[in-house]
Design a protein around this ligand. Structure first.
Ligand SMILES: Cc1ncc(COP(=O)(O)O)c(C=O)c1O
Length: 469
């Protein structure tokens, strides 16, 4: 384990509560404040806005956690949820099924690409990725090739917080103090055009990335690699959009070497890129499994799942071990309330929201792209309704590390004062608003970001931390 660098201390985010913090262990706490941290209090929400304890409305820049796709307080989703709760509150998927689960499976199978015509429902994204990986392991066990288990993921990727899914995560600092199943995982370079080697053009970078995977397959042997797991756009890594031919070429390598391609669409599915599933519609690839969560219920109910190909299922069914048990299932798999919400959510997406995303995304990206005029901003990039503002200490060196690592938090603090929640990620701000956002709301968002970046540059200059201008 590496010794972690001492973080730069930044004044805490706005916190209007008094007294001792609730006995709540928050996600991703620092050890020094674990179980003793108070985070800002939200009390309400509507459309693209959330409301804080003082009654101030803030634009929900990250749509919760990339998830509130149809916006907050949608009456149709609230009714679907409450009606299902009245009809049938819970069903044990071990013994019986329900109409919402069966219908949702049918609707998703009809929309997923190629032969991905079955689904296993989970409770969220981590459990979806975990399920896909365990299914790969199980398939190779029953097919008599127990050595074919290595999982290939990428730097800057994020796949979850359960043991195996987290082992795939690509940010080194997330492994500093955490154990992981690293013996099962091999990591490739992030397909990040902004951080490609100096002097290498995009085509050469794409070739380099594909060749790196090919070399790994040669080194480890195709008979030892079970799966390649990849987000089409690396979301939490900073909205990294790969070079155009990269994903199809990686998929082709998988196909030729009998490696399962698991497309992690926990963020990109259900509208963020203007499609129900983006793998085939947007990137032209045909995965063996697609994991999803978040937007499937617009965050109103914890639900996720894995679309599974007919070919993979057939290979399991036709193995000689027909009585081998896939000992994997969750108490809340196929939850009827979650599935009822997801059915209504899908209807809303297809009743205009997907069209709206395709129509408005260029405006969203152009508006944010203008922020590149600031010296602190190295690049604004994005796709659909997801974007990242990456800050750098100096543009030529693209060096984020010489700069205050918490610059994203600083921008967020100013933005909150002006009415916008930002998702700070070290030196980056990630924006993924509810899909219903309109042009004037985008203008407001871009305006607040513009002012917040200016104020941050002033602060950094005053504190002697930055000489960018
Ligand atoms: C691509 C991706 N996969 C998996 C996950 C894990 O999902 P969850 O937090 O619902 O477990 C996330 C969460 O942000 C994600 O972005």
């Amino acid at each position: 384990m590496a010794v972690q660098k001492k973080p730069v201390v930044v004044e805490e985010l706005r916190n209007d509560r008094e007294g001792a913090p609730a006995p709540l262990i928050q996600p991703w706490p620092s050890s020094g404040s674990m179980g003793a941290e108070t985070r800002g209090l939200l009390t309400g929400s509507d459309g693209i806005y959330v409301r804080d304890a003082e009654g101030r409305e803030l634009i929900d820049g990250p749509a919760g956690m990339w998830c509130v796709n149809v916006g907050h307080r949608n009456e149709a989703l609230i009714s679907a949820m409450s009606e299902q709760a009245r009809d049938l509150t819970y069903n044990s998927p071990w013994y019986t099924t329900t109409s919402p689960a069966d219908r949702l499976a049918e609707e998703l199978a009809a929309r997923a690409p190629g032969d991905l015509d079955h689904v296993f429902f989970t409770t969220g994204g981590s459990s979806a990725v975990e399920t896909a990986l365990r299914l790969m392991q199980f398939a190779n066990n029953v097919r008599g090739r127990p050595e074919k288990k290595l999982i290939v993921s990428r730097q800057a990727g994020y796949h979850g917080s359960t043991y195996l899914s987290a082992s795939l995560n690509g940010r080194p600092r997330d492994h500093d103090w955490m154990d992981s199943a690293s013996h099962l995982v091999r990591k490739l370079t992030a397909p990040d055009p902004f951080r490609r080697p100096e002097g290498m053009d995009l085509e050469a970078f794409e070739d380099f990335l594909v060749e790196e995977f090919a070399a790994l397959i040669r080194k480890e042997g195709a008979d030892r690699i079970g799966a390649f797991v990849a987000e089409p756009v690396q979301a939490s890594g900073g909205v990294i959009v790969p070079p155009k031919g990269y994903l199809p070429r990686m998929a082709e390598l998988c196909r030729r070497n009998d490696i399962l391609y698991i497309s992690d669409e926990v963020v990109t599915a259900f509208g963020r890129l203007g499609s129900v599933f983006a793998s085939s519609d947007v990137f032209g690839i045909q995965p063996d499994m697609i994991t999803f969560a978040k937007g499937v219920t617009s965050g109103y109910f914890p639900l996720g799942g894995v679309m599974v190909s007919a070919a993979l299922l057939e290979s399991i069914r036709s193995s000689e071990h027909t009585d081998a048990m896939f000992s994997h299932g969750l108490t809340y798999s196929s939850h009827p309330i979650g599935c009822a919400v997801a059915l209504k959510n899908l209807e809303l997406l297809e009743d205009g929201i997907l069209d709206h995303v395709r129509e408005i995304s260029p405006y969203f990206l152009e508006s944010l792209k203008r922020l590149e005029k600031h010296d602190l901003v190295g690049e604004v990039r994005g796709m659909g309704l997801m974007a990242c503002i990456e800050c750098v200490a100096d543009r030529e060196g693209k060096n984020p590390l010489a700069l205050d690592l918490e610059v994203g938090k600083r921008i967020d603090r100013h933005a909150q004062e002006l009415g916008l929640l930002v998702r700070p990620l070290i030196n980056m701000c990630v924006m993924s608003p509810p899909l219903t956002i309109d042009r004037s709301q985008i203008d407001r968002m871009a305006d607040i970001l513009d002012q917040s970046i200016r104020s941050t540059m002033d602060d950094l200059t005053r504190e002697g931390l930055w000489k960018g201008r």
